[in-house]
Ligand binder design. Structure first.
Ligand SMILES: Nc1ncnc2c1ncn2[C@@H]1O[C@H](COP(=O)(O)OP(=O)(O)OP(=O)(O)O)[C@@H](O)[C@H]1O
Length: 316
């Protein structure tokens, strides 16, 4: 049974002559982790800022939990947690003081504020850092703090602008785990990034924006699954890969996708498992020293490029 919690319809936003958001429509179901993907300047931040009542749409509507962002901004702010892409750090303010400040801003009575702070610090693993000055934290710790601040009022919906930008791999994994834990608690999470692989790991759904317009919306799985039209294989070679490249050049039904230091990725038309096994047998019989032969998922990057290629030009 569909249960949409974020409904964006024909959204537009102009800044003078700049049309930052041109025609954005999408719906996100409750409990989904949705990625919002687009290049720098595609319109992600502007769309998100309108979703969290910080920017007014030029046209179109946004409803969150059935409430319109223009008609019920206070209700939206209660329901939504916003993590901006840039946030200030303050000298001589500790992690605890920072979170406490936001707890006070929400006006919670003392006992409730303390309970919420403890819960958030525990969840984001900030308790051991409570007395650390904010400006002494690593980028990963800072992101956890900013996420913690976003969670103080226990919002149903989280809107996170490029939260994984600049994180090292370990911090990114920690962050991803926090997102999945929040999803497990039934939160709806809308996360932007211009790095596909970052979102592919975290999200159930992906919404692609290009030049102010939505160009695709679908499940992460449907995007990475191979299309019916082609198969991508990785071939790894023991020793010199040159004989493989020559073999590929001579084989009419195969094209080289790219070379790597010990082999190549190759493309063919759709192959059954039996046909792939026959291809491997032929390669080995022809003397190619194959040590690895794997059917690959289509990478999200490839899917995005294909999608932009297939998107018809906008109507005048
Ligand atoms: N306040 C503003 N005044 C004028 N132009 C703006 C304003 N905010 C955004 N823009 C323009 O709108 C377009 C979309 O910007 P936006 O920040 O929404 O993109 P983005 O997808 O979030 O990019 P990034 O990944 O770089 O943050 C850009 O051309 C940008 O220069």
């Amino acid at each position: 049974m569909p249960d949409p919690i974020i409904e964006v319809e024909r959204l537009e936003r102009d800044f003078g002559d700049v049309k930052a958001v041109k025609d954005v429509t999408f719906t996100i179901e409750r409990g989904t982790v949705a990625g919002f993907i687009g290049a720098n300047g595609a319109g992600k931040t502007t769309t998100m800022r309108m979703m969290v009542t910080l920017e007014t749409p030029t046209a179109g509507t946004i409803r969150i939990g059935g409430d319109d962002v223009i008609d019920k901004p206070a209700e939206i702010r209660r329901r939504v947690g916003w993590m901006p892409d840039h946030f200030g750090t303050y000298d001589n303010v500790t992690v605890y003081e920072y979170l406490d400040f936001f707890g006070r801003a929400f006006g919670y009575p003392r006992a409730e504020r303390l309970r919420r702070l403890e819960e958030v610090m525990d969840f984001t693993d900030l308790t051991p850092l409570a007395d650390r000055a904010m400006n002494s934290l690593s980028k990963g710790m800072n992101q956890r703090l900013c996420l913690g601040r976003t969670l103080i009022h226990d919002p149903e919906v989280l809107v996170l602008d490029e939260p994984a930008a600049g994180l090292d791999p370990k911090a990114r994994i920690e962050f991803k785990n926090l997102i999945r834990l929040l999803a497990g608690k039934g939160k709806t999470i809308f996360i932007s990034s211009h790095i596909l692989s970052e979102l592919g790991e975290m999200c159930d759904q992906l919404v692609f924006i290009d030049n102010g317009r939505i160009v695709h919306h679908g499940s992460t799985e449907s995007l990475t699954r191979q299309t019916g039209s082609e198969t991508l294989l990785e071939v790894r070679i023991a020793g010199d890969p040159e004989p493989l490249y020559q073999w590929i050049a001579a084989a009419t039904e195969i094209t080289l996708a790219d070379r790597h230091k010990d082999g190549a990725r190759i493309r063919t038309t759709e192959l059954s498992d039996e046909a792939a096994a026959a291809l491997l047998r032929r390669m080995v019989l022809d003397g190619v020293a194959v040590k690895g032969f794997t059917r690959l998922e289509r990478r999200l990057e490839d899917a995005f490029v294909d999608m932009l290629r297939m998107t018809p030009p906008p109507l005048p």
